[in-house]
Design a protein around this ligand. Structure first.
Ligand SMILES: Nc1ncnc2c1ncn2[C@@H]1O[C@H](COP(=O)(O)OP(=O)(O)OP(=O)(O)O)[C@@H](O)[C@H]1O
Length: 212
């Protein structure tokens, strides 16, 4: 369980997050919602260690920590909005690169990647390159790549926004199938209907200056 207490963040003196407190419960899906500009992406970047909070506390399984530490320990994985696949690497190479850099043998990394690709319904795409994939397939590869690092918490930044709207239901069922495997997930989205479809709990980010 990861708890955030009173997280604040300002950019150039303008407050964006003014005291975010929330709990990310094990094996549950939390949706972070809120209007455009409220600070959802900022919050996701802070939780994933890509940006730092100005103040506040992070408590992981009862102990005070920092997102930078969680990142170093591989606790958190991120599926980026634009997927950020390496265009010059095959699907298999995209998934195995980080585990191999972390010391997993090439054989084990490949075996794990093939298992993930099968689970995510992409076993025939291992040797394809990102340009040849549909948006939905790219997203599955991005999820497989994040899962290959065995994170305990998987964060998604706007998982439906780069996809055809009719893929929304399939993303929801994908997140649900990852949840069935016990994964803790945080989904940042502006889409309330999608949040309701996937989330066990919802956290609403307020625009700074607006009443709670
Ligand atoms: N690096 C930055 N420097 C300055 N201002 C920033 C920076 N990143 C975000 N902001 C500002 O912080 C506010 C919140 O932005 P953020 O992208 O977190 O909102 P959001 O809720 O994710 O919005 P959207 O739904 O439109 O993506 C915005 O006013 C934005 O301009």
């Amino acid at each position: 369980m990861l708890e955030l207490k009173n997280i604040t963040k300002a950019f150039n003196g303008t407050p964006v997050l003014t005291g975010v407190s929330l709990t990310i419960a094990d094996s549950k899906t939390l949706a972070v919602v809120g209007p455009s500009g409220a600070g959802k992406t900022t919050l996701l970047r802070i939780i994933s260690g890509l940006d730092t909070a100005d103040s506040g506390e992070f408590i992981y399984n009862g102990a005070t920590t920092t997102p930078a530490q969680l990142r170093k320990d591989g606790v958190i994985g991120v599926v980026f909005q634009g997927f950020e696949l390496f265009p010059n690497l095959s699907v298999l190479e995209n998934i195995t690169l980080a585990p191999k850099l972390q010391g997993t043998s090439p054989q084990d990394a490949k075996q794990q990647a093939m298992t993930l690709l099968t689970q995510l319904d992409l076993p025939d795409q291992a040797n394809s390159y990102p340009y040849a994939l549909s948006g939905g397939q790219k997203q599955r590869v991005a999820i497989a790549r994040a899962l290959a690092l065995n994170p305990e918490i998987l964060l998604y930044d706007e998982p439906t926004s780069a996809l055809d709207p009719n893929l929304r239901d399939s993303v929801a069922s994908l997140i649900d199938s990852v949840k069935q495997q016990g994964m803790t997930q945080v989904v940042v989205t502006h889409d309330m209907a999608f949040a309701e479809a996937v989330a066990d709990t919802t956290y609403q980010v307020q625009k700074a200056g607006e009443a709670q």
